[in-house]
Design a protein around this ligand. Sequence first.
Ligand code: TXA
Ligand code: MG
Length: 325
Amino acid sequence: MTRRLSPDQQGLDEAASILRGGGLVAMPTETVYGLAANALDPVAVARIFEAKRRPSFDPLIVHLPSAEEAFGYATSVPDAARELAAAFWPGPLTLVLPRATIIPDIVAAELPTVGLRVPAHAVARQLLERVGLPLAAPSANLFGFVSPTSAVHVLDGLDGHIDAVLDGGLCTHGLESTVVAFEAGIPIILRHGAITREQIAALCGEVGEGARVLERPLAPGQLARHYATRTPLRLFDRADQLPEPAATAFLIVVAGPLPDAQRSGNLSARALSPSGSLTEAAATLFAALREADASGALELRILTCEDHGLGRAINDRLRRAAVRA
Ligand code: TXA
Ligand code: MG
């Protein structure tokens, strides 16, 4: 059985003691729930891979309470990384830097680098302070499926396979952190996320994109099928491309109101942000995908959003979710 802990003194003490003993605790962060273990204990980290059924070639992010501590696990830190950390930490940004030898191979999937993040969520921060250890934490879902934005989502996938979940309510961003590596000191976005390309460019000027910094293509994003629903999912760029409503279809409109022609006739039709706010849409995207998946619909139809700002991260998740195995 997995214990559900309240994020009070007692719950945090309990969580810290499970982590010190090599156990697994799902913790809320501002992006999605993470499945945490002591990053310095390779056996504890191996349990994360087991519980998530995650392939061992996919490296984990290590979470720390401050930039100073985070950079202590890197052997060198480019200026751009320091600038990004100063601007966006604590927050939804992961920096991929050369790995200190104290970080076990299994954390980094044997890459020479490690992903570091200082989360902003109060519960994650209190846990990090209390446990006094770097915490390796991927999203707390079964590998390849939709990331969890509530404790209930975590239990849906991992109940019985992890020791505890700290229930911190709903995650505010709802999309994972932006993952940034560096090539000759220039930031390269490996995964779009809550911090946008525009925000990074405004600070650093030049920004690259893609996976070529790595010998092996490894960022989560680089796997074509990810964030998958069990129900087939079709994407549409424009409202006039949507098929006629159908009693077997669940429609999700990412940004903007439901088109008039789609207001009735579908099994369900949902606008994530009728006013068109991408921030609002991102926060409920994964919950809506889970709900649609459990609705009995035979097809999920999604009207995507414009491909800029946060929209890039949202569409990226949706494209991967739409790839069938
Ligand atoms: O918002 C988030 O980033 C959440 C919360 C819990 O912090 N974590 C998360 O972890 O989304 P995960 O494991 O689901 O996705 C992190 C991705 C990995 O799939 C991995 O490919 C990439 O970040 N990553 C981690 N370390 C890396 C490294 N050294 N080089 C390249 N990519 C790396
Ligand atoms: Mg994940």
